[in-house]
Design a protein around this ligand. Sequence first.
Ligand code: PHE
Length: 348
Amino acid sequence: MAAGIVDLDAIASTARSELDAASDEAELEAWRVTHLGRKGTLTSVLRQLGGLEIEERRRVGSEANVLKGELEAAFEAKRDDLKGQKLAATMLEGQIDVTLPARKKRVGRLHPITQTTREIVDIFVSMGFSVAEGPEVETDYYNFEALLLDRDHPARDMQDTLYIDYERDGQYPFMMRTHTSPNQVRFMEEHKPPIRVVVPGKCYRNEATDPTHEWMITQIEVLAVDEGISLADLKGTLFEFAKRMFGQDRRVRFRCDYFPYVEPGVDMAIDCFICGGDGCRTCHQEGWIEIMGAGMVHPEILSNMGYDAERVTGFAAGMGAERIALLRHGIEDIRRFYQNDLRFLEQF
Ligand code: PHE
């Protein structure tokens, strides 16, 4: 280069060696400001061009512009290079050994009563029933009164009730529902016949527990209301259910029973799987285990619902999932279901 005021070669070589030395983004940015910035070395060269002879100005100007383009390209390349190095370092740091054996995941399962409840519901769904739900905290009205169990009805004693500690006018209007039957009324209030519905859910009673009694149980309420429904429909439906649930070999017993909200009322029992009907501790020496109450919906309830009880009839049933699970799986004590012993629960 001629003895000009600017030494482009010197600028170029300093800039190149400094760029090589930059080892991170901050250094790279400082380099950019020094050499390519508004007050950088190259820019000041271009600013000084005005003081040169025309020939010299042209030559230095174009050389400086070429150099500027080269340095910008070198800068970009260096920036990409640093980025790549950083990514490689991060990957190396977070490296995982894919050949290590995986950590074992403990997969849970449905509680046996949930399984049984779903099986029961599925059988009824396959027969054309739909599924509904209702609240576990009930009012005296739905749990008892609407089912013709007045305040002093002796049949209330069959279901020793857990009341909610809330008093109003000397009464305790809220309770844990003792059965799923309140949902007969709840459903009929909202629907017109024809009705085919099952309502599964937890129920609570102040029981002295024993091999077939728990204070929390799961019931499945069954309700069919339509013109022309008879006791034959009740029997046919419930026998079909028992056959599908327990197979052909199990014996089914059907007897008269009393529930104020049905007329006539019946109960259904299955022969005891432990003693085969001879009588044992699990079946209370009876040879049979009751799994449900049922009957024809009381006409008074039908007319209370605004139905024409001369034309519309219905049957209802309420069964206990825990008792059914006992019989299905040959479990000798209902209390095992809610003791949370994994050795027991993991068998299902
Ligand atoms: N609710 C009764 C019980 O819990 C069973 C039942 C349901 C009886 C429907 C008749 C009709 O024992």
